[in-house]
Structure formats: C-alpha cells, structure tokens
Design a protein around this ligand. Structure first.
Ligand code: GDP
Length: 516
C-alpha cells in the first residue's frame, strides 16, 4: 500500500471527559470491538498490575488515580486507530494537554446525568484552540439521565458547538428502550446486543406512548437541530452526538464506525518555515511525552513520538532538532492494549515509543534531514511554584541532574533564579508535587522539602534586545531561566505582574512557551 493510503486510514484520537464519566469503560469496549482485548475489565486490571511494579506509583494507588498515559492501537473497518490515553486526574492537566497535541480528533464523553463538567470543559478548550474535531458520546443512558434536549442545549450553549444527534433515545434508566437512528430510520434495541430492527418492527416493540413521544421528539430534532455535516465536523464547528451506555456496550459500535468513516486522517503539521504533509517522503515526527521506564532499577526512558510524515522503518536514523544528534532507531515500540511490540514500519498518525537514555525531550522534532522544527507543543505556565530545599546540601549537583531529568520528562518545570542558589519547581496541579518528591527519593535517593516560594506565577518574556535589557535592569530579582535557558519572569503576585507589564509595554509576557 502506498504511503498516502496508509496515512489516510490512520485515526489518531483521544477521549476527553471528566473523571467518572466512563472513559475507561468506553476505552475497553472500543478495544473489544477492535479485537485488541477479549474481555471487559482488562484495561483496569492491567493498570493495577503495572502499578504494583513501581514504587513512586504508590501515590496513584493510594489516591486511586491513574498518572501514566499511553497509547493503544487497534483496527476496525479497515481503519487503524491510535487511541491516546489521557490521564484523567485534573492535577495532570499539563500532561493531558500535551497529549492532545498528538491527536487529530477527540471523543468527548459526557455523563448523561451530569452534563458538561469542569474538566471536560477545560479539555474542550484545548481542542478548540487546536481545531480538533469532536464526536460526543452521552454515556450512562441506562441510568437516571437528564432530558436529552437539555443535554443538547447545554453542549450548544456552553461550548458553542452545533450539535447533530445521530440517534435519539427512547426512555432512560430502567425505562431505556434503545435509540432511533435518525439517518437510517432504524431502531437499536437496548439490552439485546444492539439488535437493529426496522422502524416498522419498532412500532410493535414500543409502547404506544413511547412511540408517540419518539415521533414528537424526532420532529423537534429534525426541525430544530443541525444535521450532520462532515465538513463542519472536521472544521470543529459541529459535533455528532451519540446516546449510549459504555458499560452495556450500547451505541459504542456506531460511534466507532462513525470515527472510521469521518474522523480526520493525520493532519498537516506546521514546522518553522514550512508545512509538513503526511504523504511527504521525509520521515518526521515530534516527541509529545516522555515516560520513565516502569522498572525503577533502570534509568531508561521511552519517548512517545507522533509520526507526522513519511514511511518510518526500523533501524533508520533520525536527527533531533536543536542538538543535531542522530539517533539510530533500532527498537521502536508500538503499543497495544496488552503488549508492546517492536515495529518494522510505521506511518503518519502512528505513535512509536523510542527507548533512550534521556536524550529525547518533550517538544523535540525528529527528522531525516534534521532540518525540521515543529511548532505548537507548548510548555504551560505553572500555577504552583515551590522552592526546593535539600536535606543534604552536599548533593546540589545531584539535585540539578535529577531535576533536569524529571523536567525533561514533563514531571515538573524547573527554573533557576539568577540570584540565589535554590531551584524553583513549577507544576500545574498540587499532586504533581507529591509525585516529584517521591520520585526524587525513590529514583535519585534525594530527600527534599518543597517550600513555599516567594513567587506566585511565572511568565516567559520576549521582546526586542533593548527592551529585554531594560527590563532585566529593573527586575533581576524576579528573573530565572527555564530548563532551556529561556528567560522567565517570576512574579510575587498577579498585582506585581500587572504592574511590571504596565511599566514595560515592549515586553510580551507569555503563559506558554513553545520549544524552539
Ligand atoms: P472514568 O473515570 O471516566 O474512566 O470512568 P470509568 O469508566 O472508570 O467509569 C466510572 C464508573 O461508571 C464505573 O463504576 C463504571 O462501571 C460506571 N459506568 C461507566 N459507564 C457506564 C454506563 O454506561 N452505565 C452505567 N450504569 N455505569 C457506567
């Protein structure tokens, strides 16, 4: 098959949802349909087995959350799906956001009783920023649910999306009878493995009042709501909507078939000075995540690389942007639900894992020529800053190495103030601090206190050389360098930031920084 054809059948997507909406359950059933697992309950079980292996992951266990995220590959209807698993806990939003940079589309899972919740909205905003098209799965229809029109209105109002229901539910909770396919004039019977019957047969199965209500609803839907429009979906203006139950495997197949048919193949990716298309011959990709090996005795890391163009082959040499280091990729890994395998070939949209010893970092571009630099993989301004105090001050050098390494993995951000010898670490959520502390102890033998820092917020600064010089003269006390040496202003308060920004109109204060 040609490169273009292989790229064309890739569907790389993520599921966005609020914790408990049913992401894991839906993932399981998608994997079942794709033949990647053989019984429900395996995704969680595997997670638990894996957790037991690593010390620092005790935090996950204690708090019942999942910190690790991975990718799972499966096939359905001649499409190859790469499902990016985003960690659900809100404290790990930074990691989650970065994972979305590798997705071409998303599935938004909503709990039918709760509607849109806080984290769903945040993740949605990231999707919107990146024009990632979204399909919506209204889950748990087998339980007490809100009125479907109310759910549709909420999505339309709060997310400013056109909503195109693909099917419409009859009843809910104990009275959930199934969904009527608005496009095929068929009915899927709930509880019968999604048995599909014609609308004529449906009349015999539904009670008269159920049928009347459905007729009324369908009239309203057809008159008042959007019709599915593939172009509008792909542009991110419209979301097709499915009502179902992940737990009972209901409507999941319809969702997956719709993804296979309409979800976008790998997008073109902006690099400095050009746009890279999936069918371009040159192999290229970018690192969106780095994970330490689950085995604490090894310092190995796996860089997750999203391929952007070309036909990747095992043993090929790729060059890292920035350092111009060339890496022979001899053991690229492809991830399945229950295994990891060495791959010989991979295509745009695929995610390969490249084991390395800390050379590859989040945001790196890899390409054959070494000349490509992809843009758009941001660092996020941390919302919590802490000063690192070592219990053994003789270990400063060791600490510097450990922090740099953990920063490269995206566990924390590090800032080295121009004045003073303490490192400042920055995180997006408080739980990251616990992870940082226990990993420093478990993997580096370092005991640290993370103390209140005299700073409240961080901004990357940019401007003309003259403006920066002037700014530095007045604000050296708040200046620090991030792990790449880029200048960062650490402000003591939002008020100070506003004040300083007013006094320095030539300086741009950014909440995110893209790796150069
Ligand atoms: P996550 O936190 O989004 O990954 O949610 P889970 O998939 O772990 O689901 C949270 C809880 O909701 C679990 O107890 C599931 O069994 C339950 N659940 C998920 N989907 C459904 C559904 O369609 N119907 C019902 N009744 N329960 C569900």
């Amino acid at each position: 098959m040609t490169l273009a054809h292989e790229a064309q059948r890739r569907r790389t997507f993520a599921i966005i949802s609020h914790p408990d909406a049913g992401k894991t359950t839906l993932t399981e059933h998608l994997l079942l349909l794709g033949g990647a697992i053989h019984e429900a309950g395996r995704v969680k079980a595997r997670g638990e087995a894996r957790r037991a292996r690593s010390d620092w992951m005790k935090i996950e266990q204690e708090r019942g959350i999942s910190v690790t995220s991975a990718v799972m590959t499966f096939e359905f209807h001649d499409a190859i799906f790469n499902l990016l698993d985003t960690p659900g806990h809100e404290d790990f939003s930074e990691d989650t956001y970065r994972t979305l940079t590798a997705a071409d589309s998303a599935v938004m899972v909503i709990d039918a009783a709760k509607g849109i919740e806080a984290q769903t909205r945040k993740l949605f905003e990231v999707c919107r920023l990146r024009d990632i098209p979204i399909m919506t799965f209204v889950n748990k229809m087998d339980r007490e649910a809100r009125d479907p029109f109310e759910i549709v209105d909420e999505i339309a109002d709060q997310l400013q999306l056109d909503v195109a229901p693909m099917s419409w539910p009859v009843g809910q909770g104990l009275n959930f009878r199934g969904v009527y396919d608005l496009y095929k004039d068929e009915f899927s019977v709930f509880g019968k493995d999604g048995e599909r019957i014609s609308s004529a047969e449906m009349v015999a199965r539904l009670r008269p009042e159920e049928k009347d209500k459905l007729d009324e609803d369908v009239e309203l839907v057809k008159a008042g709501l959007s019709h599915f429009d593939a172009a509008s979906y792909r542009e991110g203006h419209l979301t097709p909507l499915f009502f179902g139950s992940a737990l009972k495997n209901f409507s999941v197949r319809d969702l997956l078939a719709h993804l296979a048919e309409h979800a976008p193949p790998p997008r073109a990716q902006s690099a400095k000075e050009k746009v890279v298309h999936p069918a371009d011959e040159e192999v290229s990709g970018f690192v969106f995540k780095v994970q330490a090996n689950m085995d604490p005795n090894h310092r190995d890391r796996v860089a997750f690389v999203r391929l952007a163009s070309g036909r990747f082959r095992r043993n090929m040499k790729l060059t890292q942007s920035g350092t111009a280091k060339t890496i022979g990729v001899h053991n690229p890994i492809l991830f399945f639900a229950q295994s990891r395998e060495t791959v010989d070939e991979a295509y745009p949209g695929d995610i390969i894992g490249i084991p390395n010893h800390g050379v590859l970092r989040v945001g790196d571009t890899l390409s054959e020529s070494g000349k490509l630099v992809f843009t758009g993989i941001p660092n996020f301004a941390p919302e919590i800053l802490r000063r690192v105090r070592l219990s053994d001050p003789m270990k400063q050098k060791h600490l510097a190495r450990a922090l740099t390494s953990l920063a490269e993995e995206g566990v924390t951000q590090v800032f080295k103030p121009q004045i003073g010898s303490y490192w400042i670490v920055g995180v997006v959520g408080p739980l990251q601090l616990d992870v940082l502390k226990s990993r420093l102890r478990a993997e580096y033998g370092l005991d640290v206190e993370l103390e209140q820092a005299p700073y409240d917020t961080a901004r990357w600064i940019s401007g003309s050389d003259a403006d920066i010089e002037k700014f530095l003269d007045g604000n050296r006390g708040g200046m620090a360098a991030d792990r790449d040496g880029a200048p960062v202003f650490l402000a003591k308060s939002a008020w100070e930031l506003g004040y300083v920004a007013d006094k320095n109109p030539g300086i741009k204060f950014a909440k995110t920084r893209e790796r150069a």
